[in-house]
Design a protein around this ligand. Structure first.
Ligand code: 48F
Length: 264
């Protein structure tokens, strides 16, 4: 702590630096790393942290929340099916019934509510941090290689640092960036029909919603995918501004990871 005679500027800077580095140091060896703070990653983070696991979420953008904020075509409302609305209610998020099967949700309330809920459950969120690579030891994915997103954006030649983890969830959405590293850089075969990434198909809401949850699974020792990343890997259809599949996928991957980690 600073001395009693320190000027305010010194105290404030010291507070930020000390507390940030304590948070970083506390999270150098974790149970679960989640890449991407979209809806599926945030629900997974909430559930896993609530179960007592040490969880860190890495989000390359300044604002976590992924594709939630913009609703459909920047109209800031999204939709969920009735059963998925219950997940949002657990986070204290308000939904409004629509047409028997659906609820609408203010997308700003949904994004901020999911972020707050994950954080309050105990997950640590590192925003503006990009996961640029994975760690692979003896056929097991066992860490994330992280750097500041502005470093990557400016193409600065700066080495990253590494966090070790018992489980790694790819929640990066459409590009499934982390599974891509495993398949195309490490050259491993994952649990998909071809052993590789099939790629997302065009729009078919009903099928896309169903397969997003069905496609949520462990892909390789230590490596998992949720949400649109899971769907992209297995070649599912896209679904647009309906989010029930994302929320249920986050919940399902949390259950799978919990079971795997408690079995070890
Ligand atoms: O795409 P995104 O919201 O993930 P999701 O949980 O949800 C998909 C829906 O938003 C939407 C949809 C609904 O029907 O189709 O697309 O699958 O969020 C992914 C987050 O990952 C971040 C990215 O900035 C976004 O916020 N991200 C992507 N790559 C990296 C990353 C990376 N390498 N490191 C850190 N964050």
């Amino acid at each position: 702590m600073g001395s009693n005679n320190a000027v305010m500027e010194e105290v404030i800077s010291g507070a930020i630096v000390r507390r940030y580095f304590r948070k970083l140091e506390d999270n150098l060896a974790i149970d679960v790393a989640i890449v991407g703070a979209g809806p599926s990653g945030l629900v997974a983070a909430h559930d896993l942290a609530k179960a007592g696991l040490k969880v860190a979420v890495y989000e390359s953008k300044l604002a976590p929340g992924g594709g939630t904020w913009g609703g459909g075509m920047l109209f800031n409302e999204v939709t969920v099916q009735n059963d998925a609305a219950e997940i949002l209610h657990e986070f204290g998020i308000t939904t409004v019934p629509y047409d028997d099967k659906y609820h609408t949700v203010d997308s700003v309330e949904m994004a901020s509510g999911l972020i707050f809920g994950a954080r309050k459950a105990g997950a640590t969120i590192f925003n503006t941090v990009k996961v640029e690579d994975i760690v692979m030891h003896d056929g097991v994915v066992s860490g994330v290689v992280i750097n500041w997103n502005p470093v990557a954006r400016l193409e600065m030649h700066v080495d990253p640092i590494v966090v070790t983890t018992r489980a790694l969830i790819d929640g990066t959405g459409h590009p499934s960036e982390i599974v891509n590293k495993a398949v195309n850089k490490a050259g491993v075969k994952i649990d998909s029909p071809t052993g590789g990434i099939l790629g997302e198909k065009p729009m078919w809401m009903e099928d896309g919603e169903r397969t997003t949850v069905a496609n949520t699974k462990r892909l390789y020792p230590g490596l998992y995918a949720s949400g649109m990343a899971a769907n992209n890997v297995q070649g599912g259809f896209r679904m647009g501004p309906i989010f029930g599949g994302m929320l249920k996928s986050g919940r399902k991957i949390a259950e799978i990871v919990k079971a795997d980690l408690s079995a070890k």
